[in-house]
Ligand binder design. Structure first.
Ligand code: NAD
Length: 423
């Protein structure tokens, strides 16, 4: 039975268990489904309830660990949370193949976030722009007063820039507050500053301020990673040339670039999620950065060095933190950070960039050689086996037979399972 109404007044006032009961009734869930939902795994119901609204349960995603990652001369185990098969294995393989050349070298452009304040209703925007710039010291003082903790940690207000945009209803004067948010992702930190500064901007210019919020295009917080894959390690010049051609394709065609960068984000988002960071913030920043030239392009660059080895680089905004949001409230996120040994947000961002590059290498290599499906199939076959009802040892048996037959399909899996069960 499906729900007849989505109006459940007062749902937010109930406990997670009471909400689950109400939703189960409305949606006609059976006792098994309710019992399943009651098991919240290693995120207890009270913690989950403190994180978002209207909680009725939790959604568990597998947490894997990428091995072989050598980053700036240090071996790092990288926790990755993802529902997609092959993603973790791809990073392990890519990382193994660049160990002989020293692994990944990383760097960060800075830890600055941008908050935007939108001013409208001024007929002389150039004049208003200078009025705002003249108040540099006042703006700095307001920002630093808003978050003295950031200041204590060596961050805080850094600069302002003021842009004039031709809005449809008249010019807009957009003030950027540029703030070093240290080990915090910084959204709340800079949003509070924008809200503190906005009324003053309106007062100084005689205009009206509307939006006061960070930009996820965190292009002053770029993480960079590079690595070299020797021809011996990757299987020769033909593989290299295939990867270079694949990159070339992505860099000139947005249809391909979208999938190319999706592969990068398979790795990036998995580490972002595992550490309790905001996947949407990082994804929005990555894609906006990929389109900064006016055309959506690759987040990575691939070349051959003077000896013919394959070199890869990645550069992308990575606004992640160790403080704030779910990074501290989610117990698994804290443990993930411990496994990685990331002591600073910068180290975390650099590690994530290296994972993104590794992921891209693995995808391009597979695409340029055997094709993506071969590697995917073994794990995909397991999913198909589970889908048709295989349990315990049956899962592996059905999956192996699917791969052996080269037909990873539900109908074939059903037939194999029936055979196995002697039906
Ligand atoms: P936060 O406000 O919870 O914590 C950050 C604060 O911690 C800083 O302002 C500072 O006062 C303090 N702090 C203590 N030690 C610090 C250190 N070593 N370095 C830096 N700060 C330190 O978190 P936040 O990072 O400002 O905000 C992140 C959250 O905001 C995420 O949950 C995100 O999902 C959410 N958010 C995102 C957006 C967006 O991306 N568009 C918008 C709104 C909110």
């Amino acid at each position: 039975m499906t729900t007849t109404t989505s109006r459940i007044p007062g749902l937010h006032k109930l406990s997670p268990a009471e909400r689950l009961e109400r939703v189960a009734k409305a949606a006609g869930l059976g006792a098994d489904a309710v019992a399943h939902m009651r098991n919240t795994g290693n995120l207890d119901s009270a913690t989950a309830d403190s994180m978002i609204e209207n909680v009725i349960g939790t959604m568990n995603v597998p947490l894997g660990v990428a091995t072989n990652m050598l980053i700036d001369g240090r071996d790092v185990l990288v926790p990755m949370a993802t529902e997609e098969s092959s993603v973790v294995a791809a990073v392990c393989n890519a990382a193994r193949q660049c160990r002989s050349t020293g692994g990944f070298t990383t760097a960060m452009s800075g830890a600055q976030m941008i908050a935007q304040v939108q001013l409208v209703g001024v007929s002389n925007p150039e004049f208003a722009r200078l009025q705002i710039l003249e108040h540099f010291a006042d703006i700095k003082a307001l920002c630093d007063e808003t978050d003295p903790v950031l200041l204590k940690h060596g961050g805080g207000f850094h600069d302002i820039e003021v842009r004039i945009l031709p809005g449809r209803t008249g010019p807009m004067v957009i003030t950027h507050l540029i703030v070093d948010t240290r080990d915090a992702m910084g959204a709340n930190a800079v949003n509070s500053m924008a809200e503190a500064v906005a009324p003053r901007i309106a007062e100084w210019t005689g205009g009206r301020t509307y939006l006061r919020i960070l930009s996820n295009l965190a292009d002053r917080r770029l993480a960079r990673a590079r690595a070299t894959w020797s021809l011996d390690d990757i299987g020769g010049a033909e593989v290299r040339d295939g990867i270079l051609a694949a990159f070339d394709f992505a860099d000139i065609d947005p249809y391909r670039a979208a999938t190319h960068n999706k592969g990068v984000m398979n790795g990036v988002s998995a580490v972002v999620l595992a550490t309790g960071n905001d996947t949407r913030a990082v994804e929005a920043g990555a894609h906006a950065y990929a389109a900064r030239s006016g055309q959506y392009r690759s987040l990575t660059q691939w070349e051959a060095d003077a000896d013919g080895n394959l070199t890869g680089t990645i550069e992308m905004p990575l606004a992640v933190g160790l403080i704030g949001g779910a990074t501290r409230s989610h117990p698994t996120a804290r443990i993930a950070l411990d496994i990685m040994g990331a002591q600073t947000a910068e180290r975390l961002a650099c590690t994530i960039a290296a994972v993104g590059l590794a992921q891209n290498f693995a995808a391009l290599k597979a695409l340029a050689t055997t094709g993506i499906q071969k590697g995917h199939m073994a794990l995909h076959a397991k999913n198909i086996a589970v889908m048709v009802g295989a349990a315990g040892e049956e899962i592996d048996k059905v999956a192996r037979e699917l791969v052996a037959q080269g037909k990873v399909r539900v109908d074939v899996a059903e037939a194999i399972l029936n055979d196995l069960r002697g039906q």
